[in-house]
Design a protein around this ligand. Sequence first.
Ligand code: EPU
Length: 302
Amino acid sequence: MRITDPSIVSQLAELRVDLQPGASLAVLTSLGIGGTTDLLRIKEHESLPDLLNLLDANHLPHKFLGGGSNLLVGDGELPWVVLQLVRPEPDVVLDGNFAHVDAAADLGRMITFCAKNDLGGMEGLIGVPGTVGGAQRMNAGAYGMQIGSYVREVKLYRAATRQIETLRGHQISFEYRHTSFAPDDMMLSVILELPSKPFKVILEGIRICNEKRRSSQPLGQKSAGCIFKNPPGSSAGRMIDELGLKGLSVGDARVSGRHANFFVNAGRASAKDMLALIADVRERVQKNYGVSLENEVVVWNA
Ligand code: EPU
């Protein structure tokens, strides 16, 4: 979707929104898949209510993009514009055990910055690509921890009220890879309360998690992490592996040979290829195990 009306273009500039025409979502996502649309980069959180009013008044649908690491975007010209926060400097400010973090902050950099200041708890998420806002919105977790346990306050643009609001941690429900935020809420910043730990101890935890991840997941390849959620008490990756589906491909979309719940873009996979592979694997698991796998990856299909 393209914004060509000069009046809208000038209003965007007044709101300090940087318009990047015809951005490629393939470049902005870890899967390397996705078509093109106009990208609106937001420099000031406070401009969001006016920006959303402007888009709505001009019938311009939108989607919010975080780090693009858990996302499968459709092919071709996309029927909505994409909004993304510009990362401020600094993006993490510490106050005792509290880390005030901008949603656009890189998750890994935030974890190491806090570690250097003797604040731990997030070791399990080291190596997970994406932004802090994205991790928080979907309650990212690994190796027995989840980010939601540390969230004390969230500032967000609430689509339902069309305003910027602040929620306390207890007002948000954090479940397995799911939170009570609406899909069109935009995370702006978060306050995490992290346990004090000596840097050396955190570093050892980080080293162990890194090793586990490196030995079991295809880190160097284009992927969106796990494609399916684990069904209660079971592992989607184990089931797909047991069915002998590692290496199964549709075009360049392929079930990873290293971890069967990671589907990789081995070259020039399209969203159509990846969606066909997901549907095929889901059907086989349903047929053989009677289990209906739910997507973990977020799909923006036109
Ligand atoms: N397994 C296989 N074959 C495979 C993959 C896994 O047999 O190809 C077996 C493993 O040997 C193990 C079991 O399945 O016995 C579980 O595997 P793993 O420890 O890799 O964990 P997982 O359940 O597949 C979950 C999360 C990961 C997270 C890891 C580590 C989900 C959907 N996946 O994977 O999160 O990194 O645990 O805590 O919850 C993600 O969210 O994108 C993600 C990758």
